[in-house]
Every structure is written in C-alpha cells, then in structure tokens.
Design a protein around this ligand. Structure first.
Ligand code: ADP
Length: 506
C-alpha cells in the first residue's frame, strides 16, 4: 500500500472512530444547537462552491475564510478581496512552473497571462463577476452570523466551530503540502465547472459530503464544548477525515474509470485483430487458390509441348522442358500443402477426450497403400487418451507416420508408435529405422518449407520428393495444444520424433 493511501485510511478511520465516540457522549440537551449550526453552515458552504471538485480543497478554504471573517469582521472581507485581486498573478506564476492546473473557467485567463497575452474582455468580466459574488457571499454570511449571534448568544459555539476549523485547516494545509492530491486530473478532466452539487458523475463525492458533513461539525463543536482546547484540536484533526474519505472515493472512481477505459481498449483491439485475421485468411486462400491455376496451366502446356514436339527438341531443350514440368509440379504441391496447412490450423474444432490408439490405427489404415507398397512393418503400441482436438491430432500422426514410411528403405523398413505417461503429460514417439536426419537440420525441418537438401536424403538411391510443409503443420498443431515436438536422429540410424502434450491442457 502506498504511504499516501495508508495515511488517508488512517485519517478516515480516526474520523470515523471519533464520530462514533462523539455520538455516544453527545449532550442531547444541546442537539438544537448542533442542528442550527449545521443548518447555518451547510448552505454557506455549498452555495459558495463554484469550482470543480474535489470539494475537499474548496471546503477548507471557505471555512477558513469564513472563520477569519467571523473573527476579523469586515476588514477581513477587504483583505480577502485584495488577495483575490493578486491571485491571478500568483496562479500564473505557479502555472508556469507546472505547480498549478487552473479550473476550466480560469484556464483562458491564466493561459493568456502565462503566454504574455491579455485575455479577452469577457473572460475578465467573468472573473470579476466571480470575485464580486464571492466577496458579497462573505459579507452576507458575516452579517448573518453577526446578527444571529448577537440576537441569540446560544449560537456562540459556532464561533468555536469556526476556530477549530481554522486549526484544522492549518493542519490540513501543512499535510496537503506533503501528500499528492488528485486535483490536477480532476480539473483536467472536468468538462464543465462544478456548480453547487448537481448530482451527476460526481454523485458519490456529493453523497460522501452529505454523509460526513454533520459528523464533521459535531466533532469539532463537541470537542471544544466537552474538552476545551485539547478537544478543539482533536475535533479539528478529526475534521480532516472527510477530506481523506473524499480522496479515497476519488481515487477509487478514477481507478475504476481507468480500468473501464483499458477494458474497452482491449475489446476494440481484440475485435480489430479478429477482423485482421479474417482478412488474412481470405487473402491467403485467394492467393493460393489463384496461384494454382496458372501453375497447372504451365504444367499442362509444357506436358503438351513435350508430347507433340519433344522429339524435335535438342537434348538440352528437352531437359529444360522436364525442369519446367518438375518445378511447376513441385510448386503446385507446395501450394496444395500450404492450403492444407491453412485449412487444418484455422478450422475450429472442439476439445474432447481423444483415444490416441484408435486414431493411430485409423491413420495406419489410411496409409496402408504406401505401407504395403514399401513393405514396411508398422507397430502401434498401447497409446493413452488425452484431451485435445481429434482431427488435428490425427493430422499430426498422419504426417509423422507418412514421413517415417517415406524415409525408410523399401523391404526393410520398421516403424513404431509408442507413448509414455509422464507427470501430467503424454510423450508420443514415432520411431523409424530410415535414413535419419543430420543434426544441423533438426530444428529447421519444423519450419515452413524446411527440408534436408535432396542430395543428403536419398532413399534406396532415389531422391524423395516433398514440400517441407508437413512438419510445420505438426509443430503448429502441437503448439496450439500447448505441447512440444522435437526430433532425435542420426544419419543412417533412423529417427525418433517426439510429441509431448499435456494430458489435460488448461
Ligand atoms: P516433406 O517430407 O514433404 O519434405 P516435412 O515437413 O514432412 O516435409 O519434412 C521436412 C523434412 O524433414 C523432410 O524433407 C525430410 O528431410 C525430413 N524428415 C522428416 N521426417 C523424416 C524421417 N522420418 N526420416 C528422415 N527425414 C525426415
């Protein structure tokens, strides 16, 4: 917890405790006095507030001035008026140093002064009108208090209330110097001047003021009446509580507003991302689909040329034709595999319990023609069930098994699928006794189009055709299942492809 927050909480707690203690010891005989004090002071505070919240700043200021006015009489009103005259200069100086944020109504004036310009006439008129009503308000209040306390001496304790406020405000101002108050952000955000207590987005602050104000006055008065000067000081200190409660409320609301803003921004980003993904999907689909046709046409045309005029060509010309056909065919295969990668990885599929043994047997059935053609011996050991996407896991096994069959020698090939239960995960292994993979390619073969160069991967003296897309599909699916895939292999001694998947992904 930050020091500021801790201090605010301490003050809020102190205030609340004193309020409860005060209430239990209240001299009920004088309740009229309290009610009158409250009724008199409340309007005088509220109707003078014409700057944005936090009222915590305004209330202390007003009560201090009111108290001084009460003590000092009309001369103080004059002093207050003169200070207000000087205040734009002081505020401008503070604003230049970044120590003061003017409220909206003062902003044009202060900004103009800070830039060495003279503010427009109507801004000045507004300013003087504000001062005039402020000073008049003070004069009216002073007269009212004066008349009331002369006529009804019983109201004199209000005097004590005022005095203790002065003490309280002094404390408050001193503390205020050390504690950051979120006023600047309030001012900056406020779209219109805070007028009295219109119940709008500041409702909770207004509500808190209603809630604490009576306690506040009672505490101060009670402190003085019951315990003299120490009581007055205690009451004054406790009068700080509302300020801190207001600030706590303020902070909380600001934090929740920030959270709302962040959530909204996140939602918008997610939406934009989804849209982009859709756009990308259709782009990839169109490109791959459209590329297939011209490639196909190239292949067919070259084929026709070979059939019709192949014999008339020189040996070199025939070689070129063969190469065109080969390259077009490989490119077509690549596009087909790319589309497959795209289809498999982007198709939505529910997560459910998957019986890997059953899936592996189905895959072996599908690959039966290749397996028999090469006379490969395929064994599937007991495999567990796990939570995942069945079609995608079948695709992983298909790719690994078809590779194994592809890269073993004809007639002597052995392929084995086994699994091991580890702590919270399942490790699948597809082992073969094929040509193996040189170490420098162990990572690269899982990338898109990553292949061992044709020269280094002949099986039975023949180059093995392929596109380098299969293992990239495997890697994407396994990673989407929060798993890992890797290979252990030595050239000439076969390969072991491992797939480790969480038994129950989160
Ligand atoms: P493709 O087999 O179509 O080329 P893959 O992505 O499935 O594409 O495999 C990438 C490369 O990894 C292959 O070209 C091959 O060099 C190597 N490879 C994959 N599986 C095996 C295996 N069981 N034995 C030897 N090499 C393999």
């Amino acid at each position: 917890m930050s020091r500021t927050l801790a201090t605010r909480r301490v003050f809020a707690l102190l205030g609340a405790t004193l309020a409860v203690v005060g209430a239990t010891q209240l001299d009920l005989a004088s309740w009229r006095l309290y009610v009158t004090a409250f009724a008199l002071l409340l309007p005088s505070y509220f109707f003078s507030i014409d700057v944005p919240p936090p009222a915590a700043i305004v209330l202390p200021y007003l009560s201090t001035v009111t108290a001084l006015v009460y003590v000092g009489g009309l001369p103080i009103i004059a002093v207050d008026y003169l200070t207000k005259l000087a205040s734009p200069r002081l505020k401008t100086a503070l604003y230049r140093r970044g120590l003061y944020q003017p409220p909206p109504m003062l902003r044009p004036l202060i900004e103009a002064a800070a830039e060495g310009r003279r503010a427009p006439r109507d801004v000045w008129i507004d300013h003087w009108a504000n001062h005039a009503t402020g000073a008049t308000g003070l004069a009216v209040r002073w007269t009212a208090f004066h008349l009331l306390t002369t006529r009804f001496p019983a109201l004199r304790p209000i005097f004590a209330v005022m005095l203790s406020e002065v003490v309280g405000q002094t404390f408050w101002v001193v503390l205020h110097l050390f504690l950051p108050v979120p006023t600047a952000s309030w001012f900056a955000k406020s779209r219109r001047p805070w007028s009295n207590f219109g119940l709008d987005e500041h409702t909770d602050v207004a509500f808190a003021m209603f809630l604490f104000f009576p306690f506040w006055l009672l505490l101060i008065y009670f402190g003085y009446a019951a315990y003299g000067l120490p009581g007055l000081v205690l009451g004054a200190v406790s009068s700080l509580a509302p300020h801190y409660v207001l600030k706590l409320l303020n902070d909380r609301r600001e934090a929740s507003e920030r959270l709302k803003d962040t959530n909204r921004a996140l939602e918008l980003k997610a939406l934009a991302l989804e849209e982009k993904q859709e756009e990308l999907k259709s782009f990839i689909y169109t490109v791959t689909h459209d590329l297939k046709n011209p490639l196909n046409a190239i292949q067919i045309t070259a084929d026709l040329l070979r059939e019709s005029d192949g014999k008339a060509c020189s040996a070199e010309g025939r070689d070129h034709l063969e190469r065109i056909i080969r390259i077009a065919s490989t490119s077509e295969d690549m596009i087909r595999d790319l589309m497959e990668l795209f289809r498999v990885t982007s198709s939505p599929e529910p997560v459910d319990w998957v019986d890997l043994g059953q899936v592996a047997h189905q895959v072996v059935d599908t690959l039966a023609p290749q397996i028999h053609a090469k006379g490969v011996c395929v064994q599937v050991g007991p495999l567990p069930r796990l939570l995942g996407q069945e079609e995608k896991l079948a695709c992983v096994l298909t790719n690994l098994l078809s590779n194994a069959v592809k890269y073993v020698p004809a007639g002597a090939g052995e392929v084995e699928v086994s699994a091991k239960q580890l702590n919270g995960s399942v490790r699948l292994c597809v082992r073969d006794n094929g040509i193996g993979i040189p170490a420098p390619y162990h990572r690269n073969i899982f990338e898109l189009f990553g292949r061992v160069p044709s020269k280094e991967q002949a099986v039975d003296g023949h180059v093995v055709a392929g596109t380098g897309v299969g293992l990239a599909i495997v890697k994407r699916i396994v990673e989407a299942h929060l798993g890992e895939v890797w290979v252990e292999s030595t050239p000439g001694a076969g390969s072991r492809f491992y797939v480790q998947l969480p038994a129950e992904p989160a």
